[in-house]
Design a protein around this ligand. Structure first.
Ligand code: PEP
Ligand code: MG
Length: 891
């Protein structure tokens, strides 16, 4: 029998799928005997039924009533009673944490009668009416769909009438007046009375939380975090405890370690005489957790004990939300805490050292994306430079962008391709689109556990919060510092999330400690030690080799320092640009074979030197050199620009006229599908001969110099084995010629890229003529989907995301279902026809974590990616071996 409602005492941490993360945490803490206010969880299953059918499962109402009766019995209180009433909170909680993205309603159970009961039982009439006011506001907005501004305006009016500045100055009569006005607003705006029946309140609040799963901001967050829309949210119904009952009450957030740096020791914030939401919303400034030791030593000691219990139990960093109600400590939530990339590495290996987790678990807990983030450059230190403002270093990194003051402006700025910094007093979940669009987020209020900080850390976005000397005027689109400096929209800012400083202008950048360490191998502390350990483990575990895409000696050397074991793709087209462009032009314009040979002869020594440098930088390791791929017109001037120039010149130079004729001749409607790759090799054979000769002569030169050059030649865009055979014959002939001329032995495998569906479909035939396959997943994705990346990403991908045609761009993360199928098929066919065939991937996907896990499972020999992605690829290739095959699906 399905049970849609589960008492906390019946669940456990293993049930997060059904109870959501929060529900599972509450259940686990209850099982551990920690002080958790009693309650129950409505399951994600119930939510899924509701979202699919538009109504709750029929059994749910009965189960909810049963749970409520048990809760009333356990607490000795009754919902809606006129004497010491039970009040409950109704909170969302999905499988994966989605901070602030969905709805919460507190103080359910208050009505015109029970408010008097609460006043009598608490002895605080003002508190009771203030709670009722909060309920009406929250319920009116989230459950009855009333625009929150109406409530804000009513409150502002009343304060104005009474000449009051702060909410705290409102007395009982004022709050009673507000309660009346709020009820009138609800009736006027929704056409319905605020329900006085507390059970009806509860039912509707649960329904509203279910529906908030599909709120726009929640959908956006899930897309970004790769969380499946199908999961649904659980709803936790819990007896309320109050942190706003006076100086002996309060609320806070605590972490078992510092989530920003990973340093040991409890960390957190506390707000005395306040409700839980005040801390997370960052509306009032909290004090450091250590202050609690002074304010309430007993509760502080208990809390530290509970934190230790939780970290020992979960064997990871945990965070808790807690409330102290009149000197009594309650835990309202726990979960494995979000952390920065630095903290992730440091905590994982600190826990290994403390013998809490194994090396294997540590490697599971860090990832390539975090490692890449740690490699980002940081601002060069300059003690003499005074920041414009300073706040809390809430999420590390260095970001430069133009100031914007609301979410919509941030989105517009990103749309123009202009980096921006979102400055807010504090953020709310409605700011999410702007936070996604901005390079950094700066707030003037709120602590390290405020909404801005939590969300930014989760996204790996730079964040400085609580920069108090900034007065933010969102409507006026500006912020002013204490000293009177004004930051206007569009001003350039540098935000340092590692130190908490905000500077005017763009500051110079330098390598981060991890970036330097990865290049020079010198560890400088706990963080680089942890990175080194993770990479050592990954390198020893991985089966996939990691190569780099590099086409200059500089990049080759850099890639090697970063751990590349070869070059999987040396694109030769960049070598035809710059000062060499006129030579290419001369070759294209050549009137006869002799003129063409002359131009190619001029290119040969230059090209040879390119290869000598690269082979030297990668001495002893394979260097896969791709024959020229792009259409030749890419080396000529732009057609429109040239014809306009000529049209404006009365007597144009003969060379320009010739050039325009060539450009016209070579113009293609679909160059991506045009005269490029192997087709070019067949059409302009002299070009390829020159390139192969340059490779072979470079190998000979390196051999003479005592090196161990390992060049390989790769033919792009092959669709039929016959194409490859023709080119291969020519390549072998040139290699043999150079070997004979130089008296050297030139071993140079000849392989092909698989980047057309036809190549994948006929891979058995193609393997007959190929020593290796390298999957060009950029083109293979373009040709499989039949769309050009450059056009598609802007033209229709946003619509595709919105409609869930795909969740991530197939150009970023491999489309395993379609393109992946072609790859596995080609591998099978290729290996069947040529056992021992070397296989790899050199498209962008070679550096993407999820794709790497797929390539590992598919059985490729290597991935190749740009130099700076090599460390992350090594880590992910190692992590791929830890995971059972079914584990790397999307969330
Ligand atoms: C590819 O198509 O995946 C590839 C690596 O080639 P390019 O990106 O240079 O077209
Ligand atoms: Mg390609």
């Amino acid at each position: 029998m399905t049970s849609y409602v589960s008492a906390f005492a019946r669940g456990s941490r293993d049930m997060a799928g059904l109870l959501g993360g929060k529900g599972a945490g509450l259940a686990e803490m209850t099982r551990l005997g920690l002080p958790v206010p009693p309650g129950m969880t409505v399951t994600t299953e119930a939510c899924r039924v509701y979202l699919d059918s538009g109504t709750e499962p029929p059994e749910m109402a009965g189960e909810l009533e049963e749970g409520l009766l048990a809760l009333e019995k356990e607490t000795g209180r009754t919902l809606g009673s006129n004497q010491d009433p039970l009040l409950v909170s109704v909170r969302s909680g999905s499988r994966f944490s989605m901070p602030g993205m969905m709805d919460t309603v507190l103080d359910i159970g208050l009505n015109n009668v029970s408010v008097l009961g609460l006043a009598a039982a608490s002895g605080k009439e003002r508190f009771a009416w203030d709670s009722y006011r909060r309920l009406l506001q929250m319920y009116g907005r989230t459950v009855m769909g009333v625009d929150g501004q109406h409530f804000e305006d009513a409150l502002a009016h009343l304060k104005h009438d009474r000449s009051l500045k702060q909410d705290q100055q409102l007395d009982v009569a004022d709050l009673q007046e507000i309660v009346g006005r709020y009820q009138a607003i609800i009736l006027r705006e929704s056409g319905e009375e605020f329900p006085q029946d507390p059970r009806a309140q509860l039912r509707c609040a649960v329904r509203a939380v279910f529906s908030s799963w599909n709120a726009e901001r929640a959908r956006l967050y899930r897309r970004r975090e790769h969380i499946s829309d199908a999961l649904g949210t659980a709803v936790n119904i819990q007896a309320m405890v109050f942190g706003n009952l006076g100086a002996d009450s309060g609320t806070g957030v605590a972490f078992t370690r510092d989530p920003a740096t990973g340093s040991a020791g409890a960390y957190g914030e506390y707000l005395s005489d306040a409700q839980g939401e005040d801390v997370v919303a960052g509306i009032r400034d909290a004090v450091p957790l250590a202050e609690l030791e002074r304010l309430s030593p007993a509760c502080y000691r208990q809390l530290l004990g509970h934190l230790q219990t939780l970290e020992g139990h979960y064997r990871d960093l945990c965070d808790v939300e807690f409330t102290i109600e009149r000197g009594r400590l309650w835990l309202l939530q726990t979960r494995v805490g979000k952390r920065t990339a630095e903290a992730s590495f440091r905590i994982a290996y600190a826990l290994v050292d403390e013998k809490v987790i194994s090396d294997r678990t540590a490697l599971e807990r860090v990832d390539g994306e975090e490692l890449t983030r740690l490699m980002f450059p940081q601002f060069a230190a300059d003690p003499a430079r005074a920041p414009l403002a300073r706040g809390l270093a809430a999420s590390p990194g260095a970001a430069v962008g133009r100031a914007v003051f609301d979410s919509a402006a941030a989105v517009r700025s990103a749309g123009r391709g202009e980096a921006c910094v979102l400055i807010r007093r504090e953020t709310t979940p409605d700011d999410l689109p702007g936070m996604v669009a901005a390079e950094a987020v700066v707030t003037s209020r709120g602590g390290k556990t405020s909404h801005a900080a939590v969300v930014a850390r989760g996204m790996g976005k730079v964040c400085v919060c609580g920069a108090e000397n900034l007065t933010v005027d969102a409507a006026g689109r500006r912020a002013t510092t204490g000293a009177g400096t004004v930051v206007a929209e569009g001003d350039l800012l540098s935000v340092d999330g590692t130190t908490g400083a905000v500077h005017l202008g763009a500051l110079p950048l330098e390598s981060s400690p991890v970036g330097s360490f990865l290049e020079n191998g010198r560890s400088t502390g706990a963080l680089t030690d942890a990175v080194a350990r993770s990479l050592r483990h990954a390198d020893s575990a991985r089966r996939l080799k990691v190569y780099a895409n590099a086409d200059t000696p500089h990049d080759a050397a850099l890639a090697r320092r970063l751990g590349a074991e070869g070059i999987g793709l040396c694109r030769t087209e960049h070598m035809f640009l710059g000062t060499r462009r006129p030579l290419v032009e001369a070759m294209i314009l050549a009137a006869d074979e002799a003129a063409r040979a002359k131009a190619l002869d001029a290119l040969l020594p230059l090209q040879r030197q390119d290869f000598v440098g690269i082979l030297e930088a990668m001495d002893g390791l394979p260097v896969t050199i791709r024959l020229l791929d792009p259409p030749l017109h890419e080396f000529l001037p732009d057609r429109t620009a040239l014809s306009l120039r000529l049209a404006a010149t009365p007597s144009p130079a003969a060379h320009d006229v010739e050039l325009l004729a060539a450009v016209e001749r070579m113009h293609e409607t679909n160059p991506m599908l045009g005269l490029r790759g192997v087709r070019l090799a067949l059409t302009v054979p002299g070009l390829i001969t020159m390139q192969v000769r340059a490779v072979a002569e470079a190998v000979a030169e390196r051999l003479r110099a005592g090196g161990r050059p390992r060049a390989e030649i790769m033919v792009p865009l092959v669709g039929a084995v016959e194409e490859l055979r023709l080119v291969r014959d020519r390549v072998e002939q040139v290699l043999a010629e150079v070997a004979a001329e130089t008296g050297t032995r030139i071993d140079c495998p000849i392989g092909t890229m698989i980047e057309l569906p036809r190549a994948a479909l006929t891979a058995d035939r193609i393997a007959e003529a190929a020593d290796f396959f390298s999957f060009g997943t950029n083109d293979l994705t373009q040709t499989t989907w039949g769309c050009s990346r450059d056009d598609a990403e802007a033209a229709f991908f946003p619509l595709y995301f919105k409609n869930h045609i795909f969740e991530t761009s197939p150009f970023t993360s491999l489309d395993t279902e379609g393109v992946g199928l072609l790859i596995t098929m080609a591998l099978e066919k290729g290996l069947a026809s040529r056992p021992g065939l070397t296989t790899g991937v050199c498209g962008e996907h070679g550096g993407d974590a999820r794709s790497i896990h797929f390539f590992h499972r598919a059985g490729l020999d290597y991935v190749s990616c740009s130099p700076y992605r090599v460390p992350a690829a090594r880590l992910e290739a190692g992590r791929a071996t830890l995971r059972p095959a079914e584990h790397s699906d999307s969330r």
